[in-house]
Design a protein around this ligand. Structure first.
Ligand SMILES: Cc1cc2nc3c(=O)[nH]c(=O)nc-3n(C[C@H](O)[C@H](O)[C@H](O)COP(=O)(O)OP(=O)(O)OC[C@H]3O[C@@H](n4cnc5c(N)ncnc54)[C@H](O)[C@@H]3O)c2cc1C
Length: 294
């Protein structure tokens, strides 16, 4: 289907982008366009004006500091894959970006667009939730920060208000050995459509016990779902912990009401969560024991 006629503006700064969003009543943000253009072509969404933020250098930086990596919202997957900062400090970001679709999509698609679209099959919302990321939201009243958990509120929904832009994402750099694992169940055996995912993060503290445990599932709830009973079970165990089945059994799968669609039934999704959770925890724990992510 052809795109309807639409106005297009290209601001020179994030302040100008916010001003344009507020001055055009039916304006929307265009980043990589890899989801939005399809949405507009299919007439699922309608904007009269697109404010293109994809060339704003201030939103395309990857910055390193002692505590965090900061990634601008308009940074493409390809830039993340080739960033030495990412590869040294949180390689899971590059590994996950590399799993998204194909090179054409990775050349244009942005981490901010992935988060703001917040399709339940998207790779970054669960990963950033498991990493304890902070989302930086910019509007006419300046910058505001919120956790990834606060940001991802439901299917295709975020906490962004009208006239606000996701400016960047701050990801903590663990100071101790850690492990990160992203395990998708994808339709057709590729990562293109994740029916269910589980992401795990663990750290090992000085006495040799597991801490900062985060286990996050998608495809089974409107937002990335923290499996807190599993996290509590693993927290405080030694680095040699291996009772993955016991940990995962603490989570009440019957409380989940996953959707059924052409890709997977709700029942299948619910049954796959424990399988993927065990795999993700196993991978993250193996990394911690090897000191791989140290
Ligand atoms: C063939 C194909 C396969 C794909 N496979 C996958 C996959 O396996 N995994 C995956 O995760 N994704 C996949 N995608 C989606 C792709 O990752 C998109 O790039 C992503 O969903 C949106 O990013 P974008 O930069 O293209 O954003 P756009 O499409 O430009 O925008 C998406 C939405 O976010 C809003 N938005 C964008 N940036 C901001 C911002 N900074 N602040 C506020 N709002 C903003 C837009 O207004 C729009 O509503 C696929 C896409 C295609 C075409």
């Amino acid at each position: 289907m052809l795109l309807k006629e639409i106005s297009y503006v290209r601001p020179h700064s994030i302040d100008e982008a916010v001003a344009l969003l507020n001055s055009y009543p039916e304006a929307g943000i265009l980043a990589g366009g890899q989801s939005l253009i399809n949405v507009l072509k299919m007439r699922i969404g309608a904007y009269s004006t697109l404010v293109d933020i994809s060339a704003l250098e201030e939103l395309k930086q990857i910055r390193d500091s002692a505590e965090f990596i900061s990634i601008g919202a308009a940074t493409t997957y390809d830039d993340i894959i080739h960033s030495p900062v990412v590869m040294v400090s949180r390689p899971i970001l590059a590994e996950t970006a590399f799993r998204i679709a194909d090179q054409q999509v990775r050349n244009r698609g942005t981490i901010g667009g992935n988060c703001c679209y917040n399709d339940p099959t998207c790779h970054f919302p669960p990963l950033l939730t498991a990493m304890g990321a902070t989302m930086q939201v910019y509007g006419s009243d300046g910058m505001r920060e919120m956790s990834a958990e606060e940001f991802f509120v439901g299917y295709y929904q975020t906490a962004l208000a009208s006239g606000q832009i996701l400016a960047g994402i701050r990801i903590p750099k663990p100071k101790r050995p850690y492990g990160d694992a992203f395990v998708p169940l994808s339709v057709g055996g590729t990562d293109v459509l994740n029916a269910v995912t589980v992401t795990a993060h663990v750290e090992l503290d000085e006495p040799g016990t597991l801490t900062a445990v985060r286990v996050v599932a998608t495809g089974v709830a409107p937002q990335p779902l923290r499996m807190t009973s599993v996290e509590d079970f693993v927290h405080g165990q030694t680095g040699q912990f291996s009772d993955l089945a016991g940990a995962v059994a603490t989570f009440d799968m019957s409380s989940l009401e996953p959707p059924s669609d052409v890709h997977a039934s709700g029942l299948y999704r619910r049954r796959m969560v424990p399988v993927l959770a065990r795999r993700a925890l196993k991978m993250a724990l193996e990394q911690v024991r090897r000191g791989y992510r140290e």
